[in-house]
Design a protein around this ligand. Structure first.
Ligand code: SF4
Length: 376
């Protein structure tokens, strides 16, 4: 019986984001680690590896697919109500102990993370997305940067079919990978997990490449939203939140910032769950820093009007939400406030078509994607 590692190592093709070095070593540029990889070794992510001086990268499968409301990603300023057909592969370049997608992200590090890959082609994924009513195709669940070549292949097919594309990422990118993605990725969500380099070291990364990437994503014109999962005792001090939100507001006060509630998960079981008052305090700090679009998530109905979108100019409510449900939508077809005419930053459809779902569900015809492990 082949192991998960065998399957992952067999379903590959040569990568595009790397450089050959001396002694058959390679340097990978898919994420901010920029691993120099000796022959017959994988990179930190465990899914890209050097064989004979060539870098091989994941290809031809997904770790899972799901139909999500776009509000779950979360994107609040991009096509509200759209169905985001979401796929992931396996592996991650970080190892956050509180990961909420650990079954796919830690599949090759943690033996208890078992997620049989499904064989897939870009054409099959796009066909399935369209069959479900998807408007957006999103690479998510594991870290999409480490499987960028596969995402681009899927997104080329998606674009040809008229779909919007997106990344849900930890933002640990490089200039090379962002240039590579720019023609094919419309929406980009970054999890800014902390504003402290020591905290990032605990998660297996460095803050420098992540902050550089956030600046670059904005300058390059990706539609960018930022999420910070607020973890009591880890990243929720007033000082850290002030520095984090001042950094974002310094790039643009119009970048949406989602501050979301932690619940105990994976190996992080000791801090208490985030309380509504913690989210409200973080939101006040963000407002003080100058951010104009702040949202509180994961505790629906308990955070006042922080699930709603308000015009940054006149303050009127433009989109009313409860959790992922869009309850009311007032933007004009041009994406403006109907009360004062201000242009609202974001990617807006000419008209709000309602929601196919406000709850995630598994595709009804996912059987067209085949489980690789069970086949062998
Ligand atoms: S994606 Fe990142 S962690 Fe993986 S091999 Fe490339 S540089 Fe290393």
């Amino acid at each position: 019986m082949p192991t998960l590692r065998d399957v992952v190592y067999e379903n590959v093709r040569e990568g595009e984001l790397y450089q050959k070095l001396d002694r058959n070593r390679v340097r990978c540029y898919a994420c901010g680690h920029c691993c120099p990889i000796p022959e017959n070794q994988p990179g930190v992510c465990k899914v890209r590896y050097n064989k004979g001086g060539t870098l091989y990268v994941p290809w031809g499968y997904v770790g899972g697919v799901q139909c999500d409301p776009i509000e779950k990603k979360p994107f609040f300023h991009a096509y509200p109500g759209a169905l985001a057909y979401s796929f992931g592969m396996l592996g991650c370049d970080l190892h956050c102990s509180y990961c909420q997608n650990w079954v796919t992200s830690q599949a090759l590090r943690d033996p208890s993370a078992v997620s049989p890959p499904l064989e897939a082609s870009p054409e099959a994924l796009v066909r399935d997305a369209l069959a479900q009513g998807g408007k957006v195709l999103v690479s998510t669940y594991n870290e999409p940067l480490i499987t960028s070549e596969w995402a681009v292949a899927v997104f080329k097919e998606a674009r040809a079919a008229g779909l919007i594309t997106g990344f849900v990422s930890n933002g640990n990118a490089t200039p090379q990978v962002l240039e590579y993605l720019r023609p094919w990725v419309d929406l980009y969500k970054v999890d800014l997990k902390s504003f402290d380099d020591r905290h990032y070291h605990e998660l297996g990364g460095r803050i420098g490449p992540i902050l550089d990437s956030i600046r670059r994503l904005y300058q390059m014109g990706f539609w960018l939203e930022i999420v910070t999962l607020l973890i009591p005792g880890f990243n929720d001090s007033d000082d850290e939140l002030r520095r984090l939100t001042e950094f974002l507001a310094g790039i643009s006060p119009h970048i949406p910032w989602h501050v979301t509630a932690f619940h105990k998960d994976y190996k992080m079981t000791s801090p208490e769950d985030t309380r509504p008052e913690d989210l409200l305090r973080a939101a006040e700090i963000g407002k003080g820093a100058g951010l104009r679009y702040i949202y509180a998530g994961n505790i629906p109905g308990m955070v006042g009007d922080l699930e709603d979108t308000h015009c940054h100019n006149c303050g009127r409510t433009l989109i009313k939400r409860y959790s992922y449900l869009v309850e009311d939508y007032r933007l004009t077809p041009q994406g403006c406030c109907p009360f004062c005419g201000a242009a609202i930053p974001g990617k807006w459809a000419a008209k709000f078509d309602g929601q196919i779902t406000s709850h995630p569900f598994l595709p009804r015809r996912a059987s067209r994607l085949v489980t690789i492990l069970s086949q062998q």
